[in-house]
Design a protein around this ligand. Sequence first.
Ligand SMILES: Nc1ncnc2c1ncn2[C@@H]1O[C@H](COP(=O)(O)OP(=O)(O)OP(=O)(O)O)[C@@H](O)[C@H]1O
Length: 422
Amino acid sequence: MEMRDLKVHFDLRASALARLIGGGGETVKAVDGVNITLRRGEVLGLVGESGSGKTTLGRALLGLVRPTSGQIMYGEQDLAKLPQRHLRLLRRRLQMVFQDPHAALNPAMDLRTAIGHPLRIHGLVSNKDEARARVVDALERVGLTPAKQFLDKLPAELSGGQKQRAVIARAIICGPELLVADEPISMLDMSVRAKILELMLDLKRELDLTYVYITHDLATAKFFCDRVAIMYLGRVVEIGPTEEIFADPKHPYTRALLGAVPDPDPERQVPRDLPRGEIPDAAAPPHGCAFHPRCPLAFEPCGWEARDLRAMFERRWIQFGEDMLSKEEPLVSSLNDVGPGEKVARLRVPSGRQLSELTQLFDEARAETPDDPLWRGVESIDSDDDAVVVRFRTGIDPGLLRQNDVDVACHLHDPSLRPVAQ
Ligand SMILES: Nc1ncnc2c1ncn2[C@@H]1O[C@H](COP(=O)(O)OP(=O)(O)OP(=O)(O)O)[C@@H](O)[C@H]1O
């Protein structure tokens, strides 16, 4: 399966007020230009924080959400353009295992009915005995044995791990080629997590399956995946063999994620030390490299914009406290109106204040945090009669660059921009 420049954008409805004043709705770029070739028989991990687009990408692969553009080539067919009717036929070969096994099973349906359901939908059995035999086989494969004892059980009679086994049995019963497993173990007890992953690996070998494994948990990705794709705000920022990515992560975001792996011993939880800031709003992602506002190594071409100035002041106020906030915030209040992608910030002097206060503020901010990467993006700071004008350098969208067996989307690795990778 090959994803080519795959995009899934969601149009959010504008609020009634926004519509009245002529504003359109926002667009969330959940998946924004993904190119991945899925190899037969591999386990590909989609790894990233919440909101990075993993689930949307997984759903798109199964035709559960329509791509906005791009292709999903599956053999000769482009799933992105296939009519629903044809997709339904294909779906028996493309299955999903969901995060929550409790929600995935109808509480009123016994396992015989629930697991056999896809067989009936796809017309793969002609009578009850055949269906029963296939369900028994699936139950045995997932370790719910003796199978006959499980046929008439309801989900409420099963443990969490048993339920997830039943969900997996339902996913494999039609003989799929690809399984998209979306956090399949995150809601299970610690004690059964490894067993479920081991079961999935056994099934992969026995049934010649290919997996897409969606997770924010790097520890299981390391154990389970042949390759991992690290996603950030709808894009793949690094992809390659699991071993190589874990041994030598190249993207600053990957490095930050790996640094944030919690210690399995709860007494020694390592704090999540992802770089400053939250994941930005996917409806108004940062320019250039979307990670640049959080990146400690961001430099000139990474996509600096006027919004980053506001974030720099916020960091300053967090560092230096309330007094500084109340003194300085009114001076730079015009930054509140800055929209995405603006390359020039014009900070007007508020009435009753002096231009010299504003220029001094910039001098102080720069002197006190000279290592803040933001300054690398500032091209000039000038002042005219009633404003300080900050201009930012032009950013470049990072594409994937090949580094040994890994592709990484980071300017640090582009010799034409920075000769030595850091
Ligand atoms: N149906 C939808 N309508 C609007 N926005 C959506 C929809 N589905 C997902 N999104 C948005 O798309 C972005 C990516 O979401 P997605 O669920 O794919 O991320 P994720 O990495 O799987 O996160 P999580 O681990 O929390 O599931 C988010 O900003 C999310 O709010």
